[in-house]
Design a protein around this ligand. Sequence first.
Ligand code: 5AD
Ligand code: SF4
Length: 477
Amino acid sequence: MQAENSRPGPSGLMTRPRTYFVKTFGCQMNVYDSQRMSDALGSMGYVEAQGPDDADLVLLNTCHIREKAAEKVYSEVGRLKKARDQRRAEGGDMLIGVAGCVAQAEGQEIVARAPAVDLVFGPQNYHRLPDFVARAASGETVVETEFPVEDKFAALPRAKPEQVRSRGVTAFLTIQEGCDKFCTFCVVPYTRGAEFSRPAERILAEARELADAGVRELTLLGQNVNAYHGEGTDGAEWNLARLLHALAEIDGIERLRYTTSHPRDMDDELIAAHRDLAELMPYLHLPVQSGSDRMLALMNRKHDRVLYFDIVNRLRDACPDIALSSDFIVGFPGESDADFADTMDLVRQVGFVQAFSFKYSARPGTPAANMDEQVPDDVSSARLAELQALLREQQAGFAASRVGRTMHVLLERDGRKPGQLVGRSPWLQPVVVEAPQSLTGEMVTVTVKSAGSNSLFADLVDSTIYRERPPAAAAAF
Ligand code: 5AD
Ligand code: SF4
C-alpha cells in the first residue's frame, strides 16, 4: 500500500503519500458529496492534508444558489494560486479543482476566468474522479459537466468503517437528488438536474454499513427529499414514509431526520410517520419562502399559504411536539410592503424554531432574473433585518421553553471547555453537557438548565445510556 501511495523522491527513495483537501461550501448535500470524494481519493491512495495550503490536490466543492456563494469560489482560487506559487518555489506543486454546482453551471467559464484551475467537474461526475485527477496530473485541463447516465452513487466507493468512525455517530445519506419543481428563483433544477431517487436496497445497505460502524443518527438528504420515489426492495415504488419505516428497523439507528422538503410533497403517510415512528425526530425543515400568495405564485411554488398552514396543523396533530424550521426569500421581484407583511404574518402564525432567510439574488438563466420590478437593495435589506429579528425572537423563545425539560441527547463531540460534551436535542439544538469523555457517541438523558444564544446547557439525569432503541414513548420527550 505504502509503495502505491508514495512517489519516488529524487534519489529513488519513496517519499510521503499524495495529499488532498476538500473544501466544502453550501448545503449538506455538498457535505455528503465531499465525503464521497474523500472516500474516492482515499481509495486512490491519497491521504487528507491538514489544510488546503498543504495539499497536492485541492478540491473546492462549490455552491451556486446565490451570487455571494458563487463568487466565493473565485476568491478562494486566487488564494490557492498564491499557495501553489509558494509550493512551486519550494519544488512542490498543487492541482486545483472546482467541483459542485458552480462547476456545473459555469463549466468552461471557470477556467477562462481563473486559469489556475486544473479541473472542473459537476456533481453528476464524482465517480469519475480517478480519471479526472490522472488527466489533470498529466497536464490536461479537465472540464467535465455533462450528465452521464450511469448511477454515480453505485459507482462511488464506500467509506471504510474507520473513516465512518472518524466522522462520528451522526451521518448524512443522500437518497434523492435533483429537482423537477422549477421555482423561478432557483438554479438547482439546472445544476443538479432532474429528480432521481436511489433504489431503497442501496440506501438500506449504506445505512446498515453506517450503523455497523457506529452511526446512530441518520439524516436523509435530497433537494426534494420528500419527493423520494425509489424502487423498493419488493419491486414496488416506495415513498419516503415507506423508506423511513425500513430504515427505522435497522439495529443501531436510533434517530432519523430528513431534509430538505417541499410542502407539496408532504403526503399523509409521511405526516403519519411523524406520529408512528419513534426514531423520526420531531423536527422538520419545510421551506415556505414567502407568506404572500402572490409571491408564491410568481415563485412557482405550486401552493398557497393555506396549504402551508394546513400541513403545519396536520403535522402538529400527528406529533404535537414537532418543531418547524424554514427558508425565506425577501425582495423577490415585485414584492410589495403588503406581500412582505404577509410573510411576517405567516411567521407569527406558525412560529419557527430555526430559519434561514435570504435577500433574493438574481441567478442567471432562471425566469425570475428577467422579471420586472426588481426590489431595491435597501428595501430588501430592511425587510431581511425585520424578518430575522422576529425569527431570532422565536428561536430564543423555543430554546427558553426547553429549560427544565428532560430529553435524550446524542453526545457527538468534545465541548469548548474540558469536561464538556456537545450533542443535539431531538429538535436539532446543540446541547452542552458536563459529562465524561467516555460518553462520546452515547445517547443520554439530560435535563436542560439554561438556554444560551445558540446552545442549551444541561445536566446528565443519570448515567443511563440507551444502547438499545429507546422505547417509542420516550424517544423524543
Ligand atoms: N436568491 C435567494 N435565495 C435563494 N434560495 C434559493 N435560490 C435563491 C435565490 N436566487 C434560497 C431558498 C432555498 C434555499 C436553499 O436558498 O430559500 O430554500
Ligand atoms: Fe430550488 Fe424550488 Fe427545487 Fe427547492 S423546490 S431545489 S427551491 S427549484
